[in-house]
Structure formats: C-alpha cells, structure tokens
Write a protein that binds this ligand. Structure first.
Ligand code: SAH
Length: 249
C-alpha cells in the first residue's frame, strides 16, 4: 500500500468552514496526527488511529506522521485554521529536511484552510482590505525584542496588523507590552478588533479604539486585528460597527 501524508487545515471552528478537499482527505485517512484538541474536532471513524499530542512537540509529532506515511499509512496531520500559518506544515518540512532521504520522496501535500485572521476579518467587515501583515506574539520560538521590532516596523509601514497568539497563561505580560507600544506608535484613536473563538459557539467580537483596549480583551483563543491609519468604523444603530480598510492608500 502506498502511504501519503496530508497536512490539513480544519479552519477556525465551524464544520462548514472545513473545505471539501480537507473533508474528502479525512475520509480516506488511516491515521490522524495533531494537537489533541484539533484531533478531537474530527469525528471518530472506526479503523482510524488517532495520535493526539501535547502542544509543544511539533517536530516530534511531524516525525511520527512521516514515519507512519513511510510505513504505508494514509496520514492526515491536522492544524486549526490554515496549516501553513503558525502551524504544522513548517514543522513537517523541518522534519523532512533533517530526516532520512526517503522522507523527501513521500507523497506530501499541504491542504489549505481558512486562517483565523480571515474568519475574524470577515466577521467584522473588511479590515484587511488593503496591505496587511501577520505577527505571532508568542516568544516561544523567537526572542521578544524581535517581536517589538516587527511591530514598530509594521506600524511605520502602515500595515493593518493581525496578531496571532496574543496572550496565554504562560505569557501574561507580552500582550500588555505590545498594546502599550502600539498605542504609543499609533495613537489612541486607531481601530482594533478582538475576535475570540470565531465561528464557534463561544465567538465574541469586539471593535474598539486602541485607547480603550485592555490586555484582558485577548486570550489564547483570540486573534487581534489592529487597523492601519486608514481603517474606518461605520457606526450601526444598535449594533457593532463595521470596520473596514479602503482599498486605496
Ligand atoms: N494555524 C492557525 C493559527 C495557529 S496559532 C490558523 O491559521 O488560524 C493559534 C492562534 O490562532 C490563537 O492563539 C489565535 O490567535 C488564533 N486562532 C485560531 N483559531 C481561532 C479562532 N477560531 N478565533 C480566533 N482566533 C483563532
């Protein structure tokens, strides 16, 4: 039997946002590999082995998946959102590069998914309608000063900025520092969107001005989108404003 490895994005949460390509691939898998809560999002099927693991063991998890595919299994590595955005696809290629030559000859495919910032942007309007960038605020894999440099330069370039992994229990201070830096650089009037658990029953969307933003508005299930200097709010009677960035600079 010829094995293969697919690295699939499950989207932000809602089953309707799993692409048909990812669903069809899951239907043919013999093995699911990933962070346990993501594996749990895939309905169990008889005969499918589930290899759920802890959060911080990405390359080890990737090696497990590659070894299974090399044995002839049909393996799907699952990520939330898109697997290429701060997720497992890079970990798999890192393992391929360092691993046995035979792994580079395997049938390996990356299946895109809807990443958190796109689902978040859609829930509020069109904040990413002009040039934007994405920055991961976790300093697990890079030094904090580099994060501050990137934030400063992104503001200077006047990008709208999507902030992934803004805040976790292990890193309570980083986001407060980031907010202080951004407020100083952008001013208190800048629009900012906090989108938590987008497309799940726990979804919470808040649009405020930067001066009113507090660190507690974000947690590890939140993606934050800071507008550019051109990002605008459209007030709506009795509801949240639309937030959008015009397409011309
Ligand atoms: N590969 C994922 C990102 C993984 S990093 C993707 O493409 O979306 C994990 C971070 O993604 C979280 O800390 C949060 O910032 C963001 N995130 C993932 N799912 C989310 C959701 N449903 N709502 C809001 N943010 C989400």
């Amino acid at each position: 039997m010829t094995g293969w490895l697919a690295i699939a994005g499950l989207g932000p949460g809602d089953a309707r946002l799993v692409t048909p390509e990812v669903q069809a691939t899951l239907d043919h898998a013999t093995d699911l590999v990933g962070y346990a809560p993501y594996v749990a999002r895939v309905p169990a099927r008889p005969g499918v082995a589930r290899h759920g693991s802890d959060n911080r063991v990405e390359v080890e998890r990737a090696r497990t998946a590659l070894a299974l595919a090399a044995e002839g299994r049909r393996v799907v590595v699952v990520s939330s959102g898109d697997p290429g955005v701060f997720a497992m696809a890079s970990a798999v290629f890192e393992a391929v590069e360092a691993g046995p030559a035979a792994w580079a000859a395997l049938d390996i495919r990356v299946l895109p998914g809807i990443t958190a910032m796109l689902a978040a942007a859609a829930s509020a309007g069109a904040p990413l309608g002009h040039d934007f960038c994405a920055i991961n605020l976790s300093d697990n894999l890079k030094p904090w000063p580099l994060i501050e440099t990137r934030l400063r330069l992104a503001v200077e370039a006047d990008f709208a900025i999507a902030l992934y992994n803004p805040r976790s229990r292990a890193r309570p201070q980083g986001f407060a520092r980031a907010l202080a830096l951004l407020t100083e650089a952008c001013g208190a009037d800048r629009a900012i969107l906090f989108a938590r658990a987008v497309s799940t029953p726990d979804e919470r969307i808040e649009v405020v001005r930067l001066g009113a933003a507090t660190p507690e508005m974000a947690d590890m299930r939140t993606v934050v989108i800071l507008g550019s200097s051109r990002t605008r709010l459209i007030a709506r009677p009795g509801g949240r404003p639309f937030v959008y960035t015009p397409r011309s600079a």
